[in-house]
Design a protein around this ligand. Structure first.
Ligand SMILES: C[S@@+](CC[C@H](N)C(=O)[O-])C[C@H]1O[C@@H](n2cnc3c(N)ncnc32)[C@H](O)[C@@H]1O
Length: 270
């Protein structure tokens, strides 16, 4: 029998907390990037998040990891930023970065589904993605959190891995269905499929067998319906050939460019 969602989230969070060692290692480099006015957002994200200074007071980053993307939103014009993540080490990394920069930032360590009510109706922008949604076991409850955090007129922007990528064998040199996850519609929870279990901090941990992560791939329909059902309106949806991490190391670039690997979704709260 499957464990309750909160237990799955807790287990996944414990593994990410170990993997946070990588984010700690990169802390100084990330601070230097941000201090120089740089940001870590990718080309498709820049097209959607233009001119933040003119409309974004508070940006809330759900599943913010080490906070570099969160603080990038500040560098891009958001007046203040809030990072939410289940891993206390990740939140520690984010907090140290904002202290070093003197940035107007708040950090909350919690399950995204339990994001504190003190943040309700306060976000002009909710930003999330790049490997965030598959860790959430209840997309309808997640959409409810998004809607309660947004101000009226506020927007959510998601730049996430395309769920179609779930079906491909990551080690193949062409598009081949994965024997384990090759069914787009399966809707199953899959444990310990890859990252972060294969990250060095977990592989080198003396108790590495104790760590487990749980993910499921939400179809585009399930994601869109969760947000529409919660009351949001679609502004723009685009699919991109861009990858945000090297998940298909043997796939030739020419083949990679023929199918979507990421998507952008912009929706607003009426
Ligand atoms: C791949 S990272 C997110 C992408 C991030 N932009 C980055 O650069 O790494 C996934 C993050 O989700 C967090 N996470 C996983 N499950 C969560 C949950 N239920 N609630 C809040 N955070 C969660 C992890 O701790 C981790 O920091």
């Amino acid at each position: 029998m499957q464990k309750p969602e909160t237990d799955l989230h807790r287990e996944t969070g414990l593994a990410w907390n170990v993997t946070a060692g990588i984010y700690e290692r990169d802390e100084a480099k990330d601070i230097a990037l941000l201090r120089g006015g740089g940001n870590s957002l990718l080309a498709p994200e820049h097209r959607f998040l233009r001119d933040l200074a003119s409309w974004c007071g508070r940006a809330i980053h759900l599943q913010c990891a080490g906070g570099t993307d969160t603080l990038s939103l500040w560098n891009m014009g958001a007046a203040e930023v809030v990072g939410v993540d289940i891993s206390e080490k990740m939140i520690g990394v984010g907090r140290r970065k904002s202290a070093a920069l003197g940035a107007p930032a708040q950090w909350y360590c919690c399950d995204v589904l339990h994001t504190p009510h003190v943040l309700d109706a306060s976000a002009d922008l909710i930003y999330t993605g790049r490997g965030a949604l598959p860790w959430v076991m209840d997309i309808v409850a997640w959409a409810g959190v998004v809607v309660r955090l947004l101000k009226p007129g506020g927007r959510i922007y998601i730049f996430e891995g395309h769920p179609l990528d779930w079906v491909w064998d990551m080690q193949a040199d062409s598009y081949q269905l994965s024997p384990r996850t090759g069914d787009y519609f399966a809707g199953e929870v899959v444990s310990d499929r890859g990252w972060p279990i294969f990250s060095t901090p977990i592989q080198e941990h003396p108790d590495k067998e104790a760590f487990h992560v749980h993910e499921r791939q939400w179809t585009l329909g399930a994601l869109l319906n969760s947000l529409v059902g919660a009351g949001l309106l679609l502004e723009c949806f685009e699919e991109h050939p861009d990858l945000f991490w090297n998940q298909f190391p043997h796939l030739p670039a020419e083949l990679a460019g023929r199918l979507p690997h990421t998507f952008s979704l912009l929706m607003c709260k009426p």
